[in-house]
Design a protein around this ligand. Structure first.
Ligand code: ADP
Ligand code: MG
Length: 295
C-alpha cells in the first residue's frame, strides 16, 4: 500500500484534535518533510496554539511547516471558482438576491456543501504536490459526518431535479447548465469520497470520559458503513501521576473508560497522550505532545 500523505484528525469538541494535529505536523516538519497544517474548523484555534501571527498566507511557523485556516471566505471563493456564478445567474433571474446571500442560502439548503468544498480544496492541494505532508484539523464530528452523507444527498437531490427544473420558466439555455452543474457536483463529490478513501489517513482523538466514549462507538459504526477506517486512535489527557488521592481517583476512573475504548476499537492502533499540567501553546509544548504521539 502506498504511503498516504494526508492525515485527518477527527473527534468531539475539546478533546485535543487541534493540539494533536499540530504536534503531528510539527513532527513531520522536524523530520525534514515539507508540511502544511490546515484547519477546516469554522472557529479555528490552530494559529492560536502555535501563537502564529498572520503576516502572509499560509503562515510560516518554522522550517518546513506552514499553517492555513480555511474559513467561510475561502469556501465562497472556491464555490465561485467552480460554478457559483453560473448557478447564481439562473437563481437571480427568478428571485432578486445578492450573491453573498445566495451563497449562504445554497450552502444552507445543502448541508455538507461547505465541507465538500473543503475536501475538494484539500484534494487539489494534495494533487498539486506543494507539500509532502498535509495535516488536516477538522471541526467537531458533525462536519465529518455531513461529509460522508454528501454523495447520497446529492444523488437524492438529482433524481427529481430534471422534473423540477424543466418547470422553471426559463429559456432552454439556462435549464441545461443547472442540470449539468448538478451532475458535475455529483462527480466531484464522488471524486472527493474516493480521495478520502484512498489518500487520507484518519486519526480519531478521544478522552477517557463517558460522553466521548459513548460517541466513539457510533462514529466507528458510521465510518465503517461508508467504507472508511480509522488507522489510529489517540486517547488524550491521560493522567500519568498518582501522587495524590485526587489524581488516583481520577486515574482509576479513566482506566475504566480506557478499557471500554479498547473494547470498542478492537485491534486499532491506540496511543495514550498524557495530561500535562499546563495548556499546550507554542512550538515547544506542542513538540512535547508530538513526542508522546510518536514515542
Ligand atoms: N495532553 C494535554 N495536556 C494538557 N492540555 C491539553 C492536552 N491536550 C490538549 N490540551 C488543551 O486542551 C484544550 C483543547 O484542546 P484542542 O486541541 O483545542 O481541542 P479540539 O481541537 O479537539 O477542540 C487546549 O487548551 C489545549 O491546550
Ligand atoms: Mg480544534
Amino acid at each position: 500500500m502506498p504511503e498516504k500523505n494526508v492525515f485527518m484528525f477527527s473527534g468531539k469538541g475539546g478533546v485535543g484534535k487541534t493540539t494533536c494535529a499540530g504536534a503531528t505536523a510539527l513532527h513531520f516538519a522536524r523530520n525534514g518533510l515539507n508540511t502544511l497544517v490546515i484547519s477546516t474548523d469554522p472557529t479555528p484555534s490552530l494559529s492560536d496554539i502555535f501563537e502564529a501571527v498572520d503576516t502572509q498566507k499560509p503562515i510560516k511557523i518554522t522550517d518546513n511547516l506552514h499553517l492555513a485556516e480555511l474559513g467561510t471566505q475561502e469556501v465562497k471563493q472556491m464555490w465561485d471558482k467552480k460554478f457559483g456564478h453560473e448557478v447564481y445567474e439562473v437563481f437571480s433571474s427568478l428571485v432578486s438576491i445578492e450573491y453573498d446571500e445566495f451563497v449562504d442560502f445554497i450552502t444552507s439548503i445543502l448541508p455538507g456543501l461547505q465541507e465538500e468544498f473543503m475536501i475538494d480544496y484539500i484534494r487539489e492541494l494534495a494533487i498539486s504536490g506543494t507539500y509532502e505532508r498535509i495535516v488536516w484539523d477538522t471541526a467537531p464530528l458533525g462536519q465529518t459526518m455531513h461529509l460522508l452523507n454528501m454523495p447520497e444527498m446529492l444523488s437524492e437531490h438529482l433524481k427529481p431535479a430534471p422534473k423540477i427544473y424543466s418547470r422553471l420558466k426559463l429559456g432552454s439555455l439556462s435549464k441545461r447548465p443547472i442540470l449539468k452543474i448538478l451532475e458535475d457536483w455529483s462527480e466531484i463529490s464522488a471524486e472527493d469520497m474516493e480521495f478520502l478513501r484512498t489518500e487520507v489517513e484518519f486519526t480519531m482523538v478521544t478522552i477517557a470520559e463517558a460522553l466521548a466514549v459513548q460517541q466513539l462507538e457510533g462514529v466507528f459504526f458510521e465510518f465503517n458503513a461508508h467504507g472508511f477506517k480509522f488507522s489510529q486512535l489517540i486517547i488524550n489527557n491521560v493522567i500519568k501521576a498518582d501522587d495524590s488521592e485526587f489524581l488516583r481517583t481520577k486515574s482509576k476512573q479513566q482506566h475504566g473508560y480506557i478499557d471500554q475504548i479498547h473494547t470498542i476499537s478492537s485491534g486499532m492502533k491506540t496511543i495514550e497522550v498524557p495530561l500535562f499540567p499546563y495548556e499546550i501553546k507554542g512550538v515547544q509544548r506542542i513538540e512535547e505532545i508530538g513526542k508522546a504521539i510518536f514515542s
